[in-house]
Design a protein around this ligand. Structure first.
Ligand code: HEM
Length: 464
């Protein structure tokens, strides 16, 4: 028996070696070790691998699969330019337990094009202007409880703001019993993966066992069930009362595809959860990093305040156009990609990228982190220098915080607007300071990367 097992495992190792040998620069450490590193420290792991193997290498994550990690902008440009040659949705199956199988993130081909067409309008163009005032108001309301001398955790407060934005702007909920139930429930649900250890249940299938309310996965499923039931009740009530709001859910319910088909209730719920997961933590975390960097650099803060003052009035859409504020947000997104890699692109047929011919079914994973820290593109890449975005234009494959091609983040315009308006509202009313002088480290939080400890801040002064 032992001999049989040895032969089988030897065959497996030989097979894996052949498969990996066809992919560029395979990492040689065991697959389980690579998975542990990927979960615990995806940034340090990528740093070490790129130093050893260059800007294109292959990692093998035990139980998940092999990925060709790409930190080379030319190669990424080739991928973006050949969108139709790749599937993306099926590579995101890992997110299905959270967002549901109809999620935009999980579908491909015509289905993806249809869903994107239905979902795009509420997040772009004039629609955005209607959300601007709401975002400023939400920020003012949440910050109004701050007292001088009071400390707070920036990420937690930014999460309150971004959750409220999603609830009001997307779900159309700002009061009532359903809103009161959903708010704490969503926070508890999202906080279930707030450390690398807790995040491992998203990556390790053997932890995804529902053994009732005492098991972490059981609790996860229970909360999900509860959230979905509340969303279903909201959809049914709106339909029964023919309520037509200006929020994204109302627009989604009214949208029809080219065949006159509306979205089903399951699709509506899956897309709401997709927007919640994709849009809320990402924006909150980036805002926390922005506050951290702005308060580490008094010159940046002074220049921002000067720019805001020069406007005279507090006009949201003018704020959104301010060049230095925009550069501060861009530099924050460069240094702290909340999602370190974009969605894997899976070749549908043999495809040539960067001189390599990849067989069908190869997963290519462009790395935002590796590109954003290239010294040839961003000199002194470890330093926060917003000016670089005023001095130079970067191509879509050199600067990709929101991914690219046909899968580019659906909410990039909303996220950009929200970041600028929240920062402008807070900076013009409050003087804040960092509680600690030491550097804040990056830590995994679910599928995202966040500041360890969340960035502790204190309110030093308020202006009326
Ligand atoms: C700072 C905030 C945000 C960052 C850094 C971010 C980043 C990203 C990235 C890197 C992708 C993958 C794109 C690719 O593979 O090419 C993505 C996809 C996506 N994002 Fe965002 N995002 C943010 C905010 C938002 C917001 C506010 C929403 C919704 C309102 C949103 C909704 C989505 C959706 C639905 C997708 C999937 C798109 C598709 O598959 O077609 N994101 N995002």
């Amino acid at each position: 028996m032992v001999g049989d097992r040895a032969i089988v495992s030897e065959r497996f190792i030989r097979w894996r070696t052949i498969v990996l040998a066809q992919l560029p620069n395979p990492i040689t450490s065991p697959a389980w070790w690579q998975l542990m590193n990927w979960i615990a420290d995806p940034i340090g792991f990528q740093d070490k691998c790129s130093q050893k193997y260059g800007d294109i290498f292959t990692m093998h994550l035990s139980g998940i699969g092999s990925y060709v990690v790409i930190g080379n902008p030319q190669a990424i440009g080739e991928i973006f330019n050949q969108d139709a040659k790749f599937d993306v949705g099926r590579g995101n199956a890992i997110a299905e337990p959270l967002v549901g199988r109809n999620s935009l993130m999980l579908v491909d081909g015509d289905r993806h094009r249809r869903e994107r067409k239905l979902l795009m309008p509420p997040f772009h163009g004039e629609r955005l202007q209607t959300y601007a005032k709401q975002i400023c108001l939400i920020t003012k309301q949440i910050a109004s409880s701050w007292q001088v001398g009071q400390s707070f955790v920036a990420r937690t407060t930014m999460q309150k703001i971004s959750l409220e934005v999603i609830l009001q702007v997307v779900f159309g909920l700002s009061e009532g019993e359903r809103y009161q139930q959903l708010k704490p429930l969503l926070t508890e649900w999202l906080d279930m993966t707030d450390s690398p250890l807790k995040s491992s249940m998203l990556f390790l299938q053997f932890l995804q066992k529902d053994w009732g309310a005492w098991s972490p996965w059981g609790q996860m499923k229970q909360r999900q069930h509860h959230v979905r039931a509340l969303l279903q009740a909201e959809i049914e009530e709106r339909r029964a009362k023919d309520i037509k709001g200006r929020d994204v859910l109302s627009l989604m319910m009214a949208a029809r595809d080219e065949n006159g088909q509306a979205m089903t209730d399951e699709e509506l719920k899956d897309e709401l959860l997709t927007i919640l997961f994709a849009g809320h933590e990402t924006t909150a975390t980036t805002l926390a990093w922005a506050l951290y960097q702005i308060h580490q650099h008094p010159d940046v803060r002074d220049r921002l305040l000067h720019e805001l003052d020069s406007l005279g009035e507090f006009a949201p859409m003018k704020i959104a156009q301010l060049p230095y504020l925009s550069a501060v947000c861009q530099e924050t997104l460069r240094m702290y990609p909340v999602i370190p890699v974009i969605f894997p692109r899976i070749t549908k047929s043999p495809t040539k990228i960067a001189g390599y011919l990849f067989e069908a079914q190869t997963a290519l994973m462009p790395s935002i982190y590796l590109v954003h820290y290239r010294e040839d593109l961003y000199p002194n890449a470890k330093q926060f220098q917003p000016e670089r975005f005023l001095e130079r234009q970067y191509s879509p494959s050199e600067y990709l915080p929101f991914g690219g091609g046909s899968r580019r983040c659906l909410g990039y315009a909303l996220a950009g607007l929200e970041m600028k308006l929240v920062l402008a509202t807070i900076l013009s009313k409050y003087q804040l300071a960092l509680v600690e002088d030491k550097p804040v480290q990056i830590q995994r939080r679910g599928f995202t990367l966040a500041p360890q400890g969340g960035v502790s801040m204190v309110v030093s002064a308020k202006s009326i």
